[in-house]
Design a protein around this ligand. Sequence first.
Ligand SMILES: Nc1ncnc2c1ncn2[C@@H]1O[C@H](COP(=O)(O)OP(=O)(O)O)[C@@H](O)[C@H]1O
Ligand SMILES: [Mg+2]
Length: 262
Amino acid sequence: MEAEVTLNNRVILSIVDLVVDFGQTKAVDGVSLEVNQGEIFGLLGPNGAGKTTLLSAIEGLVKPASGRVVVAGLDGAKDRTKINAILGVALQSTSFQAELSISQLVRLYGGLYNIEMNSGAIRSSLESAGLSEESNKRFKQLSGGQQQRLSLLIANIADPLLLLLDEPTAGLDPQSRRKLWGVIEQNRRDGGSILLTTHSMEEAQSVCDRVAIIDHGKIITVDSPKNLIEKHSSDPRVLKVARGQVTLEDVFIGLTGGEIRD
Ligand SMILES: Nc1ncnc2c1ncn2[C@@H]1O[C@H](COP(=O)(O)OP(=O)(O)O)[C@@H](O)[C@H]1O
Ligand SMILES: [Mg+2]
């Protein structure tokens, strides 16, 4: 690992007063947050809340108007090449080269990260993602869950210190979702840190150590799912929407408002 990467600190990602605007829209409006090493951190927010834009700024795909992104002690504005070498990214919607088989894709992406994948390594990585049977298929032939697991496998190929996953389980059936949660948790056991976005309360509660509720580009509240419920359970906006004992969804709807976002 490069000397500049500082891991003596518990914090793997630090975002300070980040602002990203697209013309008049402030997609990210003064966000500060920290993700600790070994943590699964969830960004929970309705459509258009700014989740993808926030991840894009961490990935260096959009340039912030102001604020800082620091990954493992490296400054996003200066050390982008080094940061990219320690980030694993699965975008919100991914499509891979249509004509290649799954095992060819794994070999190709390994090569892009300078990781030589022999057939044994490819076989075992596909096996751990539950894709042993699919190695000769093409991306389009995979089910949604299989596609997401392949995206996660590829995001993980260079053993990143921080994984960024944009809605990794959107649209998956319960079985595929559970399987993916298992892969994400295994990743953490292997020493990784994960920042993911989700709309799913169940996902936030099942896999996230901490969750930030984000809306209109701003973080409304951050804590463990359990503490979020405790902390906001007597908020009148939350009580107004609760249908019995207060749930994380009541907290979410209460704090972000009931109107539909498309
Ligand atoms: N490339 C872009 N150009 C202009 N506006 C954008 C662009 N990307 C996102 N936005 C706007 O920024 C806001 C946040 O979007 P996004 O980060 O995609 O939200 P989320 O991922 O939470 O659904 C929305 O109002 C969206 O319309
Ligand atoms: Mg998004």
